[in-house]
Design a protein around this ligand. Structure first.
Ligand SMILES: [Zn+2]
Length: 291
């Protein structure tokens, strides 16, 4: 496989998918590694790092190190390290050895000019795309209708990825305006939004808003709740001159005190021409009156 000049994770994945048109789900990541020059995958016995890669300067071959743990997590780490191996411009901190922490495996944005962070972000993009190839993900999502956390759980199960990785992909491929907030111990940890979903007003580290469905439990762990309407200013900044859009919440509580909260924003109904005319009339009179 000629992967030499793939400069972005997207280009690299595209190249691999062209060479492997009949990839099954879950993607056999260990087999792929073996075909791409990884000699072995070994357990990593340290709490400090989640994964690593030992390789030579030319990257002709390598060994992936991965912390023991659940299968979805291991698979993501393996795919992440495979990216470091295949992307020639990824430079390790110490010669011949990449070592990645759990914070590296969660990184989705990099500070400008920070090459280390950039390479971690790229490795995560690669892992996400490789484990959930766009064409297979679209196929799986074609059966889904209204946004629902059940779908995230199904994707996580079928693609053998973590729930958060599935949530990230789900938000990206769902045509509706949705966001998934990841909460840990009652506080907002991360938020993944579709392009058209506005920024949420709760900063990272702040408590989940009191009025949220999250607090009106008890929710049964590991079962997605019903979907319920909530006040739209709970999570987003509602402009006063706009009609408040409808916002819906759904909660999925895990046993480890983590939760996913799905937010869905419903389009504001278009103003009728008549309403707009009246509105403009008012505004016009108001402004004229002040002169
Ligand atoms: Zn890494």
């Amino acid at each position: 496989m000629d992967l030499v000049d793939a400069a972005s994770p997207e280009a690299l994945v595209k190249r691999i998918l062209q060479a492997e048109p009949n990839l099954s789900v879950p993607v056999p990541i260990q087999d792929l590694c073996a075909r791409l020059g990884i000699l072995g995958i070994e357990d990593l016995d340290t709490d400090e790092f989640e994964g690593g890669l030992v390789t030579d300067a030319k990257r002709s071959e390598g060994t992936i190190l991965v912390k023991r743990g659940g299968e979805p997590r291991r698979r993501f780490t393996i795919a992440h390290e495979l990216a470091h191996f295949l992307m020639a411009h990824h430079v390790p901190d110490q010669s011949g050895r990449f070592m990645c922490k759990s914070s590296d495996l969660l990184r989705v944005t990099a500070k400008e000019g920070d090459q280390r962070q950039r390479r971690e972000v790229e490795a995560n993009r690669f892992a996400t795309l490789m484990l959930m190839p766009p064409h297979l993900l679209r196929g799986a999502m074609a059966a889904f209708r209204e946004p629902n956390l059940q779908h995230v759980l199904m994707l996580a199960r079928d693609f053998a990825v973590g729930k958060e990785a599935a949530a990230r992909a789900y938000v990206q491929y769902q045509p509706e305006r949705i966001a998934i907030v990841v909460a840990g111990n009652g506080r907002v940890q991360r938020c993944y939004r579709s392009l058209s979903f506005p920024a949420i007003i709760s900063a990272v580290g702040s408590p989940v808003p009191t009025g949220s469905l999250y607090h009106s439990g008890p929710h049964q762990p590991n079962i997605a709740s019903d979907i319920a309407a909530c006040s739209s200013d709970l999570w987003i900044d509602v402009k006063r001159d706009l009609r408040a859009p409808s916002l819906y919440e759904q909660v999925y509580l895990q046993l480890n005190n983590f939760a996913m909260i799905l937010l869905r924003l419903e389009a504001v109904p278009e103003e009728s021409a008549e309403e707009r005319r009246l509105d403009e009339g008012w505004r016009h009179r108001f402004h004229s009156g002040r002169r």
